[in-house]
Design a protein around this ligand. Structure first.
Ligand SMILES: [Zn+2]
Length: 383
């Protein structure tokens, strides 16, 4: 049976989530601690750091800002420009960029910034998607590696020491305390929390004909290169109050486009808009750990007093973990085609990664699915 945090609706099956003696999760505790933060002092701290890296003579960019074109990166660029920095924005392309995602990247450029888009070899990427899905149950594995390695590579290439990341996902979503306090991102963070799931990039050589040259974009640079440019990074979310909804509202005021309705398996329409494979990634989180994107959002809104826990539970039950038949208008079969997988093969992979302790099975042991292919949680009412 799943145990839930008493304040939000996160189950204890979430990796790195810890419930304390009062039954409250570390993400809720971490958010509580943020209310005590002296944001004025943090902002001064940020301005002091930025002053050190600003090229007053205009001889180079002041910093790298990794951008996906999403609401948070649009907000990041708006803030960095307001802070008087001239950023080089770096986009590590998503696995299967959506039309709305493309429009949002173009909109971001219109904020008035230089931007580099790194689009890794799509044939290699499709192999990596397949390996990620089959080996560790995460189709987005190469994307989650690339969004951390590509900007660092660009920083070295262009001799720009400062990288301004968005938020430390461990801070709000819940992770070990030491990591949540960390406001810089480095190789250790990437390997531990960046979503590598024990599958190391260098392990891929030899898999499905992958060679060393195929994985250049996914390798974190050498220590000697990092030292040469004196690469350092900071999380903007440590210095400025960070809230997805308000970031989205601000981004929309600057032309960021949202979806017409909440996306599949989610309760909001303003994020996860840039990759057709996202629903598969979120669905695997659900079958492995028993919670989906709607849970993530319900928790964020409950902590901020915008949603009651009771309503959150109802919304989660309604929306979480829908089988990903389509996403943002693209059917599952088409999404799987580059991976050389059929829907039937995909369902078999799903079954292999489904946590049988969480979902109902019939007397023969097969997972119970409704007409739409959705699973049913055991004891889902017992919260
Ligand atoms: Zn909680």
């Amino acid at each position: 049976m799943l145990t839930y945090c008493k304040r939000c609706v996160m189950p204890s099956t979430k990796p790195d989530l810890h419930l304390d003696d009062d039954g409250v999760c570390n993400a809720c505790r971490s958010f509580q601690a943020r209310k005590e933060v002296d944001w004025g002092a943090r902002r001064i701290e940020l301005e002091t750091i930025l002053r050190r890296y600003r090229r007053e003579d205009g001889s180079n960019w002041d910093c790298i800002v990794p951008v996906s074109g999403g609401k948070d990166s649009t907000f990041q660029v708006i803030q960095v420009l307001k802070l008087g920095m001239n950023p080089l924005c770096v986009t590590a392309s998503t696995c299967d960029l959506t039309e709305i995602g493309r429009r949002n990247i173009e909109n971001l450029k219109q904020l008035g910034v230089d931007c580099i888009e790194m689009s890794p070899n799509p044939l290699v990427r499709a192999k990596l998607n397949r390996i990620g899905l089959v080996q560790v149950g995460d189709i987005s594995w190469p994307e989650h590696v690339g969004i951390f390695t590509v900007p660092v590579r660009a920083a070295i290439q262009f001799n720009i020491p400062l990288i301004i990341w968005g938020e430390n996902s461990q801070n709000e979503y819940g992770g070990p305390a030491a990591a949540a306090k960390n406001n810089v991102l480095n190789r250790v963070w990437l390997e531990e929390f960046g979503g590598l799931l024990g599958l190391r990039v260098s392990d891929l050589i030899g898999f499905e004909g992958i060679t060393r040259k195929d994985i250049i974009p996914y390798l974190y640079p050498d220590e000697s290169e990092l030292q040469r440019v004196q690469i350092t990074g900071l999380f903007l979310g440590y210095y400025l109050p960070w809230d997805g909804l308000s970031n989205s509202l601000i981004a929309q005021a600057y032309g960021f486009e949202v979806a017409p309705t909440a996306t599949l398996g989610s309760m909001v329409n303003y994020e996860n808009l840039d990759n057709y494979q996202t629903a598969i990634h979120e669905y695997f989180k659900f079958i492995k750990f028993g919670f989906g994107r709607a849970t993530d959002h319900a928790c964020l809104h409950i902590r901020r007093g915008r949603l009651s826990r009771e309503m959150g539970l109802e919304i989660v039950k309604r929306l979480d973990g829908k089988f990903p038949w389509e996403y943002l208008g693209k059917p599952l079969a088409e999404i799987l085609r580059p991976l050389n997988l059929t829907v039937e093969e995909f369902v078999k992979i799903c079954d292999r990664f489904t946590n049988k302790k969480i979902f109902k099975r019939d007397s023969a042991g097969a997972l119970v699915r409704d007409r739409d292919g959705n699973l049913t949680k055991i004891n889902s009412d017992n919260v």
